[in-house]
Ligand binder design. Sequence first.
Ligand code: HEC
Ligand code: HEC
Length: 248
Amino acid sequence: MIKITAVLLLVLLHPSAVMAQGAEDEDVDLYNGRDINGVCAACHGELGQGSKNGEYPRLAGQIRSILLRQLYSFRDRKRINLPMIPYTDPRELSDEDILDVASYLSSLRIDVTIPYVEGDVAAGKKFFASECGSCHGAEGRGKEREGESEKFGPALTGQYPLYLTRQIANFKTGKRHHEEMEETARDLTEEELTNILAYLVTLERHPGLAEEVAQETQKRFKSILGSLNQTIEAPIPEEKPLAPPPLE
Ligand code: HEC
Ligand code: HEC
């Protein structure tokens, strides 16, 4: 994340740096990422905010390496999702585009209100720490790539509970593949999941980015996005609490 911040600074100070050869990060073109996101916005929202009913996941602030991996999985048809197929066709989305749009989305810090889930927060916290934290981080903020690629999980804090529930169901029924998550999901009871979600929604709602990094990022993006005439806040009004989501 700190690396991304450094890249943003570079892009801000030297727009031509985005064309630089060499390290992957120096090739990132956030303007192109933003343009590509125009297409994604039809479903995921203009700022990657997703939708609260969980149909479209939030992408803003998600760890970049996770977004990259998911986009490649969709493109290689390892993760099958009909709505995503036409948008991840290699003719539509090149490697450069994937890097640009993932960098753009991961760097957006937005302010959305995550629906509240009723459950036993203390039990959820304890369970999460012992069963999920090793890969998703103790507070569900996800983990950047650390050695073995299967061991770093997406940020879950700040993601919509109904989307997360559907993914657990997908792992459980083998619709989405990941060895450890399939196992984890099979063992997870509905009550345990509800408690985990109840815990996660009590945490800060900007996934992926540590607060101080997010603030830095926001400052820089304000300058970049300000000149592109775009805002970075996407507040969604608070809603009535949701009933615990069903596990199917
Ligand atoms: C027609 C609607 C639609 C469009 C357009 C669309 N998506 Fe998606 N996207 C979805 C749906 C639905 C899912 C959830 C898939 C699932 O449930 O497994 C998804 C999932 C994702 C995920 C996985 C997120 C996660 O947390 O695992 C990423 C990343 C993503 N989309 C990126 C993009 C990008 C980038 C674009 C534009 C190039 C895009 N999407 C365009 C519908 C869409
Ligand atoms: C061994 C590591 C590991 C453990 C333990 C683990 N996860 Fe995961 N989890 C992952 C990885 C890696 C992914 C991303 C899989 C992929 O790339 O498709 C993931 C994905 C998910 C997703 C889908 C998120 C999204 O954005 O699409 C959910 C929900 C989830 N995990 C919940 C949990 C919960 C709840 C627990 C504990 C009960 C848990 N995980 C334990 C590694 C782990």
